[in-house]
Design a protein around this ligand. Structure first.
Ligand SMILES: Cc1cc2nc3c(=O)[nH]c(=O)nc-3n(C[C@H](O)[C@H](O)[C@H](O)COP(=O)(O)OP(=O)(O)OC[C@H]3O[C@@H](n4cnc5c(N)ncnc54)[C@H](O)[C@@H]3O)c2cc1C
Length: 400
């Protein structure tokens, strides 16, 4: 079955190349999803809730094996100096996550969060915190900090497990996808032995840095990071101050470090020392030796917003927008074209826990042709946005 074609929704304020695709899918279609981390589980759950049959593939032996296996992850609203699409997006992500944590009864590791701030201006201009921050009665309130009783920390794998357990979702682990193809309107995925492992009307790439091996010209880059658990008798809310401290499991998780461009998961003693020093600013530890350590790779984008939507047809973009940099009116250019049925959801960066669910809801809205999510948010997470910026600056040379 081929996708349903609907008339193009051209907005008078359209941003060229960032329009919604001209096709949509139906509940009866079958979705293939690569990756069973927060991104893959969130999109599978969102599509499955709408009645779509989904098959999820992951190279690892279980779900939440990549960055989503982080033993603790914080969720909090966005602190920004000015209202922006990014702020609106992340605060909606936060609200949606809170609803799902309550509905799914997910075990909260640590409830409440202090966010240290630089100045009073931060408080006045940070809309979410203005509305929701409350004073905390805790006598150990860190100086210059806001308090959110709703924010906190959980183990993301708990959420992945809950999301993937759905009668419309079939999950296949120990299956690494090596290539993707489209024949007669159906997408297929192949493993190492070139055997076809599944076919479906649509295919969602939710396999983080693994996407760079399946598609050319992707904006994703890796940022390795480490957290450590130190033994100490403390409890109370999370503290965020250029990193986080999560009191949990008879101690404190301290993190995280950042190594841009690093692709290997290795524990570093320098990172342990950094995490120890962060911990000592607030808590006396029983020993300088950590009880445990964890490292992982974030899949990040240049503007720190996730990528979710239809994959652009690079041939079309390279030719249709060749003259874009000459400053002609946007309306003079044709609409973007896409690899019909191929979608991506990745680049969750340092906020995967917070962003996964609402990003998946935005993607589902695009897949089914809904009008629930506003244009500004769809454009802010559009997969072609980096390509368009490069075309405007004439810094894109297609490898095709
Ligand atoms: C140190 C650290 C601390 C963090 N702290 C926080 C935090 O406090 N709060 C927060 O919100 N976020 C945090 N994050 C970020 C969060 O963990 C990530 O954003 C999120 O887990 C990304 O989810 P994902 O599904 O996109 O990627 P992943 O969880 O990495 O999932 C990708 C999956 O794809 C699979 N895969 C890859 N290639 C293939 C292939 N070819 N075939 C089949 N399967 C494939 C992998 O096995 C993997 O399971 C942290 C990350 C790190 C590294």
């Amino acid at each position: 079955m081929s996708p349903t074609t609907t008339p193009l929704r051209i907005d008078p304020h359209r941003s060229v190349g960032l329009e919604a695709p001209s096709y949509t899918f139906k509940q009866s279609d079958h979705a293939l999803i690569i990756g069973a981390g927060l991104a893959g589980c969130a999109i599978a759950k969102t599509l499955a809730d709408k009645g779509m049959r989904c098959t999820v593939f992951d190279a690892s032996s279980g779900i939440a094996a990549g960055a989503s296996s982080v033993p603790t992850a914080i969720f909090k609203p966005y602190v920004s100096l000015h209202p922006s699409t990014e702020q609106r997006f992340i605060n909606t992500c936060f609200e949606r996550l809170l609803e799902t944590l309550a509905n799914e009864r997910i075990a909260i590791q640590t409830r409440g969060l202090y966010q240290t701030i630089r100045s009073d201006t931060d408080i006045r201009q940070s809309l979410y915190w203005q509305r929701h921050s409350t004073a905390d009665n805790n006598t150990h309130t860190p100086p210059h900090s806001l308090f959110s009783p709703d924010a906190g920390a959980i183990r993301p794998a708990e959420l992945c497990k809950r999301w993937i357990k759905h009668r419309n979702i079939h999950c296949r682990t120990n299956v690494a996808i090596n290539s993707i193809n489209k024949t007669d309107g159906l997408w297929s995925v192949k493993g190492n032995d070139q055997q076809t492992l599944g076919t479906g009307q649509l295919l969602v790439l939710a396999n983080a840095m693994g996407i760079n091996k399946l598609l050319p010209d992707q904006p994703f880059f890796s940022v390795a990071g480490q957290i450590n658990h130190f033994s100490c008798s403390t409890s109370g809310p999370v503290i965020c101050n250029r990193g986080y401290l999560v009191p949990a499991n008879n101690g404190v998780w301290s993190g995280a470090t950042f190594h841009r461009g690093e692709t290997t998961e290795i524990l570093r003693s320098a990172d342990t020392e950094k995490n120890l020093q962060r911990c000592l600013q607030y808590f006396p530890v029983a020993s300088n030796q950590p009880v445990s350590a964890w490292c992982g790779i974030r899949c990040t984008t240049p503007d720190h917003m996730p990528v979710a939507g239809a994959v652009p047809d690079l041939n079309h973009y390279a030719t249709a927008y060749r003259e874009l940099h000459h400053g002609r009116r946007q309306q003079d250019f044709p609409a973007g074209q896409y690899e019909a049925g191929l979608y991506v959801m990745a680049g969750l960066g340092s906020r995967g826990l917070v962003q996964a669910l609402y990003t998946a809801e935005c993607l589902a809205d695009i897949i089914f042709g809904g009008q629930v999510i506003g244009e500004s948010i769809k454009q802010a997470i559009h997969p072609a946005r980096f390509l368009m910026r490069r075309l405007k600056k004439r810094s894109y040379t297609p490898a095709i």
